[in-house]
Ligand binder design. Structure first.
Ligand code: FAD
Length: 402
């Protein structure tokens, strides 16, 4: 019998590191390759749903996150003119999850936790400044070509996981399509010292408006008092440098507050948003996870969470197949479970969330917000809504798919 080899994970983002950590815990030797010289530090995801916290608990990650993050037990849907439409209480989920709250923690503070835990395994290696270039597959393994500080070389492995983000070189090398669309507007993210709590905002809030919706996430930053991260849509015809200029951002932040605030805006970023799903999540011995497999808009905080759900679905299956304890067709179950839920729930829900906030037709807008109010007023419907928006329903749905 062939001696078992390593599993290569491409990408030391949250999805790659959680996959590698899970595989390591199951006794699989892993090599993570990351093109950047160190973990990336950009302002991206930061709102974790209850099932994601449950999934990372056995890996030792959640405990560390809880020490650093902000628990968010309540969140609001608002209208810019009419104020609070609904304030949801995640306490309604207390009999469904040990974590009946969201947890806000910057993505770049999760990755060092996962890396530190991964480094405790002598069988795990992480190669920074090393990029995936190409891969060939044979019936018994994969040969990956990587480019590192000393030039190109090959790494032989049993399986390869592409967790290399939305522009995934692994996905492209497989020739797998990434169907979907790109929203015309860019999203502007402004982090401000302006405390929104005295104005009645919960640490997570979505404000509907036909011209300029707003999404709010309070982040811990380097500790109390933290920073309020505020997301706006922006006109794609306005140059990016103008959008990021301080007077422009200040006008937007002041625009939804009842008074002009005295605050700083230490971080500002602007990005394009896509809704796309890879045609396949598995080709032979190569598997895609996280943004490499699917991307969506951040309204509802479904992107990174669903990437971690991929990782945690994948690593036990992959470890079983690698060890010869399970048939390789188990990887098709991974693809079916995660791809179906991505299409049916993550894509659908994130698009619906955006449509609710931006609806321009006054009649449809009124009807939709009235519907939200009706749901919140009915305890059974409200719980169903929270089960879906907190991703508990989609994780349970995935588990039912054979
Ligand atoms: C502004 C913004 C806000 C967001 N907010 C939220 C939110 O609130 N909640 C939420 O759930 N999601 C959110 N998302 C989405 C979330 O950030 C992504 O879903 C998440 O980063 C995906 O993680 P990942 O590990 O799959 O990919 P990434 O984080 O992109 O990591 C991929 C890694 O692979 C590396 N890499 C790329 N190419 C190669 C290569 N050829 N070789 C080796 N390494 C390579 C990259 O350097 C990177 O480190 C947001 C996204 C953005 C842009």
């Amino acid at each position: 019998m062939k001696k078992r080899g390593r599993i290569v994970v491409v990408g030391a983002g949250p999805v790659g590191l959680i996959t590698a950590l899970g595989l390591s815990q199951r006794g699989v030797p892993v090599t993570v390759i990351e093109s950047e010289p160190a973990l990336t530090h950009d302002l991206r995801a930061g709102s974790f749903h209850p099932p994601t916290l449950e999934m990372m608990q056995p890996l030792g990650v959640t405990q560390r996150m809880l020490e650093l993050g902000i628990k968010v037990p309540r969140w609001q849907i608002r209208d810019r003119r009419d104020g609070v439409i609904v304030e949801w209480d995640l306490g309604l989920l207390a009999d469904e999850t040990p974590y009946p709250h969201r947890l806000h923690l910057e993505q770049h503070r999760l990755t060092p936790i996962a890396l530190e835990l991964l480094r405790k395994f002598p069988s795990a290696e992480v190669l920074f400044s090393t990029s995936f270039v190409a891969a060939t597959q044979a019936p018994d393994g994969v040969t990956a070509t990587v480019a590192g500080p000393d030039g190109e070389r090959t790494i032989a492995c049993d399986y390869l996981v592409g967790a290399d983000g939305g522009r995934s070189a692994v996905r492209k090398s497989l020739g797998v399509g990434f169907e979907g669309f790109t929203w015309p507007e860019r999203f502007l993210v402004v982090s401000t010292t302006c405390d929104l709590k005295p104005y009645g905002f919960t640490e997570n809030a979505y404000i509907a408006d036909p011209d300029e919706w707003v999404a709010i996430f309070k982040m811990p930053h380097s500790g109390p008092p933290g920073l309020w991260r505020v997301v706006f849509p922006t006109d794609p015809n306005v140059p990016e440098e103008d959008v990021l200029a301080e007077p422009f951002c200040r006008r937007l932040v002041d625009g939804f507050l009842p008074e002009r605030g005295d605050y700083e805006m230490p971080y500002r970023s602007c990005y394009k948003v896509h809704q796309r799903v890879a045609g396949r999540f598995r080709i032979g011995r190569i598997v895609l996870a996280g943004d490499a497999a699917h991307v969506n808009n951040p309204l509802g905080a479904l992107g990174l969470n669903s990437g971690i759900h991929d990782a945690v679905n994948l690593y036990p299956k992959l470890a079983g197949v690698w060890a010869g304890e399970a048939d390789a067709s188990l990887l098709d179950v991974y693809e079916r479970q995660r791809r179906q839920v991505t299409v049916e729930f993550i894509q659908e829900q994130s698009v619906r969330n955006k449509r609710l906030l931006e609806e321009r037709d006054p009649k449809i807008r009124k009807e939709r917000l009235e519907e939200v109010r009706r749901i919140a007023a009915d305890p059974v419907a409200a719980k169903k809504f929270l089960m879906a928006s907190s991703m508990i329903a989609s994780v349970r749905r995935a588990a039912e798919i054979a």
